[in-house]
Design a protein. Structure first.
Length: 159
């Protein structure tokens, strides 16, 4: 290779520089890998449209939608007309789709059952409860006295 650089030098400094660059590039390059077959393109994941509503949690058998001044059951009934019937241990949920803070509390539960409390349910949140015994469970909103007397009837598992 020295001989070819020496010969190139006899043609002038530019030729020698060009020859050295070509030699250097050829000496360090690796053979190109054969082209790989093009992989099928997977479509991008598209999020569902944001409806602004809280989804009912999976496993819920009864849901009460909280819309500002009302508890709304799955039939569309509001507040004291709203109700649900579930079996012992099944999940009852509250989805907070309003703009106000609410607090679900029970005013009546079967004897020996502890009174549950959702604490503050802010917009966009959910709360779930699983009644442990059969009987009548009555709930209300601690912050809005007109949101009251909603009934959940709980029956034995084999009923």
């Amino acid at each position: 290779m020295k001989q070819s650089l020496t010969t190139a030098a006899s043609y002038g400094p530019r030729a020698a520089l060009l020859a050295a660059a070509v030699f250097h590039a050829c000496a360090e390059s690796e053979p190109e890998a054969p082209p790989t077959p093009e992989q099928p393109r997977t479509p991008p994941v598209v999020a569902p449209p944001d409806t602004g509503r809280v989804e009912i949690p999976l496993g819920s058998v009864a849901n009460f939608d909280i819309i500002d001044d009302a508890f709304v059951d799955e039939e569309g009934d509001h507040n004291e007309e709203a109700n649900a019937s579930v079996k012992v241990g099944q999940m009852v949920t509250w989805t907070q789709n309003g703009n106000k803070i609410h607090r679900v509390e029970f005013s009546a539960v079967p004897n020996t059952v502890e009174h549950a409390d959702s604490r503050d349910l802010r917009p966009g949140r959910t709360w779930e409860y699983r009644p442990p015994l059969p009987g009548k469970y009555v709930f209300f909103c601690r912050y809005h006295e007109y949101m009251m007397d909603v009934v959940i009837e709980v029956v034995e598992e084999d009923s």
